[in-house]
Design a protein around this ligand. Sequence first.
Ligand code: FES
Length: 659
Amino acid sequence: MMHLKTMPSEYRIRFLPIDRIIPAEEGENLLEIAMKAGVHINASCGGRGVCGKCRVRMAEGSLGSSIHPSISEGDHTMGFRLACASSVTGDAVIEIPLESQVDRSVLRRSTIMSDVDAGAIDGGLLREYGREPLVERHKLDLPRPDLQDNVSDAARITRELAPRLGCEELLLPLKVLRGLGTGLRNADWNVTVDVDVGVRREVTGITKGDREKSHYAIAVDIGTTTIAAQLLVCVGGASEGVILASSSDYNGQISFGEDVISRIMYTRKRGGLKKLQDVVVSTINLLIGELLYEGGIDPADISHIVVAGNTTMMHLFYGVEPKHIMLAPYAPLATAFAPVACSEIGVKTAAHTRLFAIPGVSSYVGGDIVSGVALSGMTESDEVSLFMDIGTNGEIVLGNGQWLLCASCSAGPAFEGGGIEFGMRAAPGAIEKVRVNPVTLEPMILTIGRAKPLGICGSGLIDIVAELFLAGVIDRNGKFSLDKTAARVREGVSGREYVLCFAAETNIERDIVLTEIDLDNIMRTKAAVYAGCKVLLEHGGLAFGDLGMVIIAGGFGHSIDVEKAIAVGLLPELPAERFRFMGNASLGGARIAAISRRFFEKANQVARSMTNIELSNDTQFMDEFMAAMFLPHTDDRAFPETIKALKGGSGFRVPGSGS
Ligand code: FES
């Protein structure tokens, strides 16, 4: 008897509002299909069915879906499902609701802000470190060989170029030698030679004619959530502008999980590492394409790219095994990556474009932090500063020109919207500022882009907790106070909650609330950051009052209200003038490193001089963490102004804020 092989049924899944149709097989997971189709859906937990963020609406057709507590019966009837918990059973039209979409428009905001500050920072650093790019570009008009001068083609180049570079030898790798003979002759011996002067003097590419003045580089910050890139002009003086174009996008990997641990978990699937590498590389390729278009330049004009990112992002970008980052004793495969040709890992530029990476320190203190610290100038001073970057993790560095201590506290993604019922990234519709009337408890909110509310981003969360705390709605344990009653404080499915927006005022047709569980997550995050800082200070024999400056890097830092962050005990109570915000310091450091070899060396030296303090099993950290699980802290002496405001019922002010 002949057996017929049953072919899986093929269906058509149409995603709206993007209007993309993709074929899918019976039983295929809807989130995976969306990824395949290039449709980004919020998937904070990486498809484990935990976060409830990947809500979609089945507008037509059918899906096989399991019941999830985050989808109410009413919503289920209206067609709402979790993408990660749904599988294909037939043709379907799937709407991605606003709150599940990944909106790119807001990213421009943070990049532009850092560009504005960039001019002044760049000028100062370039005067100090010099504008000598990591890859130099030299035009050569070589003498033609004859019987009196028949040294090899390679020797001819070295003879001409080495004296200019102040060296005797030049390395011409095999890939450059291949085709060299024909190339030189076709160019009539007029060529432009790119030389990597970062680590060793190695010729990275030879192009026809004079391209000496068409010399550009690209800096890329590979963040867990976003990727930002800038096109840089390599030639010019210290006072001339460096940034020709900027672009940014969400890291395509966000559909595979919000934080680094979810991404590492994904690499354990068959083909997972390759998939994540492909996704991040294609996001970068998209940005490079935009930069080239905006700058009106040719790919051959890019001599090199400098990337900075956390240790996990670097492993995924270079396509090397990241699993030991999450396993004790947390020894990563590498914290530094040797220069390679971009094409080796699929970055689409000219064959000669060289790739450099800012080195990191440990599994959880990566090149992004090193880049920011080098840029911040904290190592140029005797005064001790604290550098913080609060994103999906909290990284902190303490020190000055003589010493540096660093640590990472697993803060959790609360301030990026993870683990918060209505949490979201900073995007249009995110509630970013909140004030609560202390008498009526009515809120006043501002959203990004002044759009109808979709959820709450990190700065909004800090505001709301601080305001409700100062108004007595939240007690010092970080729980809703039972004494305070108001129309907006009610019992919800997971305990007490505060209604920030009623459904009719929102763009998601659901009440936006802050729940008791959200509060727990925010408390843990703020306590981990504060405790990490305290432990580092104690390792240095110092207290918060000894800090000359608190430098806050990252997009989140840019938008937080310092007073509110102090009121909840996330930041120490220090005068306003001691806080400085740097925006995307990782990108800034990569930018200067690309056009200043000495600054790149400086970043390498910063990485080497950082001593990493592992907090994960540190009992002192656990004690400090428990002490910080209180609003603002168990030690009232550390927050005198907040305590005074609480007792007096007056508004709280950071000393020196003048507001
Ligand atoms: S619940 Fe679906 S991605 Fe988290």
